[in-house]
Design a protein around this ligand. Structure first.
Ligand SMILES: C[S@@+](CC[C@H](N)C(=O)[O-])C[C@H]1O[C@@H](n2cnc3c(N)ncnc32)[C@H](O)[C@@H]1O
Length: 365
């Protein structure tokens, strides 16, 4: 199954980048890529509502060619879908084509899309728009998704993951299957609430670098914190304090929940912010003390567009000599971002994994 990032960020992406950013390869099994509506579902459960409450609508659409599936999934994310996975089209339930393990991005010859829509979405309208784009009617069936089913499926999906020699991410509930050894850092994350589960190469690249550079006493700005995984990782590596920001209020809630799971809730605050530099600067907006607005580590795993727009803001957060860690960019975009930031940062380097890049550098003194 090939899955797409189904979060608000995905809808803001464009064209090729959207497709590349959101393609994930998974060996088998259920794909879940939740976003705000799923967070809502989890939140509703937190608030004591029923797990058998309908939280969203699942739509299966197909058959589609690989090209159609790739194109239509991007379009449907713009037309209201909150997640989209490409699967093999298997009306009789028999798996035919093995495509994994090739090391290349590839889709099945006949595909179907598994989409999630919010309850109030205009599903017929979205599918008819997609049909017009491919020039023929796309057949689909829809089914209600229960909040409990969704969250249980998410939990079954996740297992402890090794991020580096001494670094693990354990989805909450799986901690007992991986006890941290001396010298090992284990980050516990409530699975499925926000981007940053450790499955994406950009998260792994940033985390590994944070593991190498973080010293006792560091302070961290994590811009685009998602699940809070990077700030939490940095705190577990020895940092004293971290601030995060995210455009998504649910991500900030998830980050706070995850901080508590790791016992660092007193050291980490996540503020919701606007997407652009025309929006208020989040630290000023939320009254963060001015004498603490310079950090010794600035990390932002967002995307090329925001990293470009936010350059002066992220640079301002970096104290002289501070470490910079940027990701969310494709290998071929890394040089452009490096050139942009090299006016204020030195010793810049690029690390890559699976087509993604992480740029690092040090703020000039
Ligand atoms: C790729 S995820 C990274 C999450 C986590 N830091 C990680 O490394 O896994 C990017 C996050 O940035 C947020 N985001 C996107 N654009 C943003 C912007 N302009 N300002 C702040 N946050 C943004 C998204 O909501 C998302 O949670």
């Amino acid at each position: 199954m090939i899955s797409r990032l189904g979060c608000t960020a995905a809808r803001k992406l464009d064209g090729k980048l959207s497709a590349m950013f959101s393609l994930f390869r998974r060996p088998s099994g259920l794909h879940i890529r939740p976003n705000s509506s799923q967070i809502n579902a989890a939140t509703r459960r937190d608030e004591g509502r029923s797990a058998d409450e309908v939280c969203s609508i699942r739509v299966r659409a197909g058959p589609l060619t690989a090209e159609e599936a790739d194109f239509v999934s991007s379009e449907l994310l713009c037309l209201g879908a909150t997640s989209a996975s490409v699967e093999e089209y298997r009306p009789d339930g028999i798996e035919r084509e093995k495509i994994f393990g090739t090391g290349k991005r590839k889709l099945w010859s006949t595909c179907e899309l598994v989409l999630t829509f919010p309850l109030d979405a205009d599903i017929p309208g979205a599918l008819s728009g997609a049909s017009m784009m491919v020039g023929r009617e796309i057949m689909y069936v829809q089914q209600q998704v229960l909040a409990g089913e969704w969250m249980d499926a998410i939990k079954q999906e996740y297992k402890p993951m090794q991020m580096g020699p001494n670094l693990w991410i354990c989805p909450a509930g799986t901690e007992s299957t991986h006890q941290a050894k001396p010298g090992e850092v284990r980050i516990i994350l409530e699975p499925g609430l926000a981007f940053g589960t450790g499955e994406h190469p950009t998260t792994r690249l940033c985390l590994r670098h944070l593991g190498e550079i973080t010293k006792a006493g560091d302070t961290i700005m994590d811009y685009g914190a998602g699940s809070g995984v990077l700030a939490i990782g940095g705190l577990l590596f020895g940092a004293t304090e971290a601030v995060g920001t995210d455009v998504d209020a649910f991500a900030c809630r998830a980050a706070a929940m995850n901080a508590a799971l790791n016992g660092v809730e007193d050291k980490f605050t996540c503020y919701q912010c606007g997407p652009s530099t025309d929006d208020p600067e989040p630290l000023e907006q939320h009254g963060w003390p001015r004498d603490k607005q310079k950090f010794s580590i600035v990390v932002a795993n967002i995307l090329m567009g925001p990293l470009t727009e936010l350059r002066s803001r992220l640079t301002r957060y970096a104290a002289p000599g501070a470490e910079l860690v940027l990701s969310g960019v494709l290998e071929e975009q890394a040089k452009e971002i490096m050139e942009l930031y090299s006016a204020d940062f030195e010793n810049m380097a690029i690390q890559t994994e699976d087509g993604w890049a992480c740029l690092t550098g040090r703020r000039k003194m």
